[in-house]
Design a protein around this ligand. Structure first.
Ligand code: GTP
Ligand code: MG
Length: 344
């Protein structure tokens, strides 16, 4: 890592889509873990966060990605719930995102929360791609685990290929009905003008190399300027969950989306009645590739740079509120910071 790289902000990638279309499974495939198995009724009920380092991305993407082409530290993936009752969490996740993956089950096509997610992305002007998931369920599919899409697609029979094409073009048509011009990702030149559709399977890993390659390309190309802004300034984030942690009492899991947070910082956190002013006691970082929702072994660190999912231990956090802002005070006027937290 050169010092130059150290100042680049990790892009935040939100994963959105209808319930059961495979968002958590896709992240499980990338993480090489099985978070979905720990979910009650296999339904995601909170926003999650997972840091995926660049070396893991380039290992999965294989020949498609040359790590030397990228100076990003990696990607921070935000998992969101697809169940209709979690609209607030979806828009919170969508609003945190720099870029997004909209997951659509190739069998199910567009569903109500697919369209809701599209609205969120459109409103927040977030560049996104579509992961057309579960391609392994096309009848007669002949899988090659973890393969890029091209060779595995070419290997299928004409009938299977035709069947998949039909489903993919249906999704492209549905995107067009919603006002988005879209095409299969390898035909897309400008990912902000046209939405790229990447066929994938969260089960077999097929197409996942392509998906990560496109995400890296998107971040690198369209986010550079934003990622270079003041990454060293006082941290700004959002509370994901308030949780009791053994030995620490109430803690908050946050997504830090700008700046830095340190163990000697005073922070202001939105509370149920009023902003909470408190001093950081410990910063607990999930291991790389661990989902913050399910992580049990956190590492104590002195400082964290955006973007990151981090557990913050501090006194008086019991009244902190999920969705509320978190701001580091550092050398700023504390009343200004309290005002900003109240205004959000
Ligand atoms: P919510 O978080 O509740 O919105 O669901 P989700 O989008 O995270 O879906 P999840 O990953 O929980 O997957 C739902 C179901 O689809 C699970 O039974 C998965 O095993 C299955 N599934 C997900 N992706 C694939 C895939 O690519 N192929 C196949 N065959 N099954 C998949
Ligand atoms: Mg899920």
């Amino acid at each position: 890592d050169s010092p130059e790289n150290a100042s680049l902000r990790t892009p935040i990638v939100a994963v959105l889509g209808h319930v059961d279309h495979g968002k958590t499974s896709l992240l499980d495939q990338i993480r090489g873990s099985a978070v979905i198995e720990g979910e009650a009724g296999a339904i995601t009920q909170h926003i999650g966060a997972t840091a995926v380092p660049l070396d893991v991305i380039s290992a999965i993407a294989g020949d498609l990605v040359d790590p030397d082409d990228f100076d990003l530290p990696g990607l921070l993936f935000i998992d969101t719930p697809g169940h209709h009752s979690f609209t607030t969490l979806r828009s919170r996740g969508g609003n945190l995102a720099d870029i997004a993956i909209l997951v659509v089950d190739v069998n199910d096509g567009f569903q109500p929360q697919t369209i809701e997610a599209l609205d969120i992305l459109q409103r927040s002007q977030t560049p996104f791609i579509v992961a057309a998931n579960k391609i392994d369920t096309v009848p007669g599919w002949n899988p090659t685990d973890d393969a890029p899409i091209k060779p595995t697609y070419d290997k299928q029979s004409d009938r299977v290929r035709g069947d998949l094409d039909e489903r993919l073009y249906e999704i492209i048509g549905e995107l067009s009905d919603e006002g988005f011009s879209a095409d299969l990702y390898w035909r897309v030149q400008h990912f902000q003008r046209n939405i790229g559709v990447v066929p994938v399977s969260a089960m077999t890993g097929e197409g996942v190399p392509d998906l990560l390659t496109v995400m890296m390309g998107l971040s690198q190309r369209y986010m550079r300027e934003e990622m270079e802004i003041d990454v060293a300034g006082p941290g700004v984030g959002t509370v994901l969950e308030v949780k009791d942690e053994k030995g620490f009492g109430a803690t908050v899991d946050i997504v830090l989306y700008d700046g830095t947070i340190r163990t000697d910082d005073t922070i202001v956190v939105g509370g149920t009645t009023e902003p909470i002013v408190t001093d950081v006691r410990a910063l607990l970082q999930p291991r790389p590739l661990a989902e913050i929702r399910t992580e049990s072994r956190f590492e104590r660190v002195e400082q964290v740079d955006a973007a990151a999912g981090i557990k913050v231990a501090a006194p008086d956090l019991a009244d902190a509120m999920a969705g509320a802002p978190v701001r580091v005070v550092r050398d700023r006027d504390i009343d200004d910071v309290i005002e900003e937290v109240e205004a959000e």
